[in-house]
Design a protein around this ligand. Structure first.
Ligand code: 3NM
Ligand code: MG
Length: 534
């Protein structure tokens, strides 16, 4: 029974005013069943036993009509009274062994887990499936123990992988903050294999409360979620990475033409570049944003992000001077932009340099989806480690400046494309040669000038430039990134060549000028990024 159950769209009910309101729960569940939920858990923390049993019986009738299993949260006695398919047990509820004794082998018993240790115990005790959470912060359940994000869920899934046979039949769903705006990302980020040779365990479903029970039209909400779960999202890639480091002339030509168009789009749209950035580069980043044709706002207060996320721009999260308060603000903004569908650039400045930054990076990676992650070699390697890759390089990062490369170009391309494939996003590793990939297409770009390494904030303001391009050229994030890097680095070359540039100081002002001038010429069609591209 349990192993054939379809967990893909798992409805958890709620009877509170905040979510159900004055509607009838049985009606709402009937609509959700019509919309296509595949399993229902009746979760009611307040009603008396008599009322619980009476509602559960009505729900069971509805579920049977749709051939969908019904589970009861916490209350084994209610499940027995109704005769439904099973129970779901939280960490504070009856333990799985005792419930199994009462319910027998045929019933489904699920357990909530939020750590490897809890997963180990639940499996040992014979749980049929695990409800893994809390994925994202949610208004529905405020006493959740820990927000573990996609990475926390991956860690538990890979633990199940390591168990092999013992966990073969154990199914998994994730819970917490799943809705129509993130369901495809969640599934596909969790689906990405850990390595090309490993067939990893993936989640079998998403468990949802408010996005269905609290929806105006639960039937429409469920069928929309069902459609999203079944369809392939635009960012999904099935093939293995192909290295396009050496391309033929036609490909390069097409890429440059697209980059030129993206620059024109930045100029015509003048998108908002919302920077939550460090103390050192606020002013420089705002000037760079203006020079490339964007509209900067430097707003570090998370509460503002919901409004700003609706203006068609992009967010930069730069953790260069991270603080506990800053981290909370970043998380609020990430949630807001993810919900609005606006692109986010993550710049994990100095990640790996200290344990505080390492922890901050893990928390941010767990907090939501980043359309683009950029950093130098050490920072990207820290991202790789934080998202669960085991790398041979265990060297501690010394500072926020990038030292000499530890890896060959091929190795860098491998890491970048692997992270991008797994995160379903674009990853840019900067260096003398930049490597950028969306997991399938990988490009190397060798523009720029040594002066960029002699001024502060050149990496951070590239993040700002990237945000403008992602906002203005949403049709292809990788092309947007290539265009942004071209604009930024070719402008640096022009600036360094100026006669009046004597060193880093004069370079800064010439660079801002050239960002402005070259971007203007390209967007008017008078120049192309190809002209000077090496
Ligand atoms: N359990 P929504 S989170 C019931 O983490 C429940 O174990 C959780 O609600 C856990 O889909 C949660 O509205 C509520 O975010 C999920
Ligand atoms: Mg419980």
């Amino acid at each position: 029974m349990a192993s054939q159950t379809d967990y893909s769209l798992y409805l958890v009910t709620d009877s509170t005013d905040a979510i159900l309101g004055s509607r009838d729960l049985v009606e709402v569940v009937e609509q959700a069943l019509q919309g296509g939920v595949t399993i229902v858990q009746y979760r009611d923390k307040t009603s008396d036993t008599g009322a619980l049993i009476s509602t559960a019986k009505k729900l069971y009738e509805k579920c049977k009509q749709h051939d969908v299993p019904l589970l009861i949260n916490d209350r084994v006695d209610v499940a027995l009274a109704v005769g439904c398919e099973g129970v779901h047990l939280g960490q504070d509820d009856m333990n799985v062994v005792e419930a199994r004794r009462l319910l027998g082998d045929e019933k489904i018993i699920g357990a909530t887990v939020s750590s490897i240790e809890e997963a180990r115990i639940a499996i040992e005790r014979g749980a049929d499936y695990l409800g893994i959470g809390t994925l994202y912060a949610t208004q529905t359940k405020k006493n959740t123990k820990e927000i573990i994000g996609v990475n926390g869920i991956r860690r538990i899934l890979s633990y199940l992988d390591d168990l092999g046979e013992k966990s073969k039949d154990v199914k998994t769903v994730c819970i917490g903050g799943v809705n129509a705006s993130n369901v495809q990302r969640v599934i596909h980020q969790l689906y990405a294999p850990r390595s090309p040779s490993l067939k990893s365990k993936t989640i079998d479903g998403v468990a949802i409360v408010s996005a269905i029970v609290g929806a105006k039209d639960p039937k429409e909400a469920s069928s929309n979620l069902q459609r999203l779960i079944k369809s392939t999202p635009p960012f999904s890639q099935s093939s293995d990475p192909v290295f396009w480091l050496e391309k033929n002339e036609d490909e390069i030509f097409a890429l440059i033409k697209t980059a030129d168009k993206a620059t024109a789009a930045v100029h015509s749209k003048s998108p908002l570049s919302h920077n939550m950035t460090n103390l050192v580069v606020q002013n420089f980043a705002a000037n760079v944003a203006l020079a490339v044709g964007a509209s900067p706002i430097m707003a570090n207060y998370g509460e503002e992000a919901a409004d700003l996320s609706r203006l068609g721009g992009a967010l930069v999260v730069n953790m260069g001077t991270v603080t506990p308060e800053g981290l909370l603000n970043y998380k609020k903004a990430i949630t807001a932009y993810n919900a609005a569908g606006g692109p986010i650039v993550l710049d994990p400045v100095g990640a790996g340099a200290t344990s505080v930054r390492h922890d901050a990076l893990s928390q941010l990676l767990g907090a939501g989806y980043f359309d683009l992650i950029k950093g130098n070699e050490r920072e990207i390697m820290a991202v790789a480690r934080a998202s669960g890759f085991t790398l041979d390089d265990s060297s501690q990062q010394r500072g926020v400046d990038s030292g000499d490369s530890l890896f060959s170009l091929e190795q860098r391309a491998y890491f970048v494309s692997r992270i991008a494939l797994r995160e379903r996003n674009v990853v840019l590793m900067t260096g003398a040669t930049d490597v950028v990939s969306d997991g399938v297409r990988t490009y190397a770009i060798s523009n720029g000038h040594a002066y960029l390494g002699k001024i502060t904030g050149s990496g951070c303001t590239l993040g700002t430039t990237l945000s403008a391009y992602l906002a203005a050229w949403p049709q292809d994030k990788l092309h947007a990134a290539v265009a942004a890097v071209s604009h930024y680095e070719i402008a640096a070359e022009y600036a360094a060549k100026r006669e009046d540039v004597k060193g880093p100081g004069t370079f800064v002002s010439a660079f801002i000028d050239e960002l402005f001038i070259r971007g203007g010429l390209v967007s008017e069609g008078k120049e192309s990024w190809g002209k000077d591209a090496k």
